[in-house]
Design a protein. Structure first.
Length: 337
């Protein structure tokens, strides 16, 4: 529904069939954050090379938009783009994000957000979460934002279930991410959800970023720096990835690093922000997703190849992580490829 009469209804997205993404920018924009959506989603392709998304940039009042660098950008689309979008992404704007009082937005921004259709997926990058919270979109939902802004956010929006430890969240079609680079993680997550692991991995490789980062933003919080350690757990992780198809014990992984189980577990959590067991489950789910998308192997064989042992165990873990069964996941993403 169009709420601002001074903008006439126009067609912003021109290619039917593609998922439509509108990036809503404001004065104080971080240029890198604008580039994330265009690079990750705007360059996602099918195996045949067809683009899967159409990404446009819009702003509450079209024209020159200040960035936090020494240049401006010219944005020709106004809030009418939001009315046509399947996904709306709100990057950070350092000039205003942390100044909103709880539940209040500037009129021009509130009017712009009113263009968004019910059911549209909405995401924020970094302190763009302040916009979603001020609009009431995060009330009762799990969310995150940049670790340095968490105290301010929590004081302004106590009804939001803020999690300062993680890189991104998804709750009921509303997504948030932590600092700037976690916008890459968030966009890859949306690509993976929309079109499968193979597409997300492909665009990650072309962008030269990991398709899925371990841990959360706790590892980036400023704190006294301990003396550097000689040991890491990288060798154990490499070993585990090469042997996901068989049972792996903590003792066996610790032996790869010549550590005790207790020391290995502590070091592993320090480096990845998750336990070895949780990390293993995540890698096995990713292996299962890949095989479901790219092979015709039966589900019980995929369960063994991914290290879950039985089809029942695979179904349980896939349901817990993705909310779907292996057969439903395969139907969706084998067709999407």
């Amino acid at each position: 529904m169009v709420m601002m009469c001074k903008y006439r209804a126009v067609t912003v997205f021109r290619r039917p069939g593609r998922h439509r993404v509108a990036v809503l920018v404001r004065h104080g924009l971080l240029p890198m954050e604008l580039g994330i959506a265009h690079r990750i989603m705007g360059r996602s392709k099918t195996a045949a090379g067809d683009l899967l998304y159409e990404v446009v940039t819009c702003t509450p009042v079209p024209g020159q938009v200040r960035t936090d660098a020494d240049f401006t950008i010219n944005v020709e689309h106004g809030p009418e783009a939001l009315a046509e979008a399947d996904t709306v992404i709100v990057p950070a704007a350092h000039e205003t994000d942390e100044t909103y009082t709880a539940g209040r937005l500037p009129a021009h921004l509130a009017d712009a957000l009113a263009h968004i259709r019910p059911g549209t997926r909405i995401a924020s990058i970094c302190t763009g979460a302040f916009v979603l919270a001020a609009a009431g979109l995060l009330d009762g939902r799990r969310a995150t934002t940049h670790w340095a802004a968490c105290d301010t956010f929590r004081a302004l929006y106590p009804r939001v279930r803020l999690d300062p430890e993680i890189l991104y969240t998804e709750d009921g079609g509303v997504l948030t991410s932590a600092g700037v680079a976690s916008g890459i993680d968030l966009c890859l997550h949306m690509v993976r959800s929309d079109f499968g692991t193979a597409v997300a991995n492909s665009v990650a490789r072309r962008t030269v970023v990991p398709p899925h980062r371990d841990g959360g933003q706790a590892q980036f919080v400023e704190r006294p720096v301990p003396a550097p350690r000689v040991h890491s757990t990288e060798r154990a992780r490499t070993f585990a990835l090469a042997h996901l198809d068989r049972p792996l014990t903590l003792r066996e992984l610790a032996a790869q690093q010549s550590m005790s189980v207790r020391t290995f577990t502590r070091r592993f959590r320090e480096e990845t922000c998750v336990s070895p067991q949780r990390w293993l489950i995540r890698q096995r789910v990713e292996r299962a997703r890949q095989l479901l998308e790219e092979s015709d192997l039966p589900v019980d064989r995929i369960a063994r190849e991914a290290g879950f042992g039985t089809a029942a165990s695979l179904r349980q873990h896939l349901q817990a992580v993705l909310g779907v069964s292996p057969s439903a996941y395969r139907r969706t993403f084998r067709a999407a490829g």
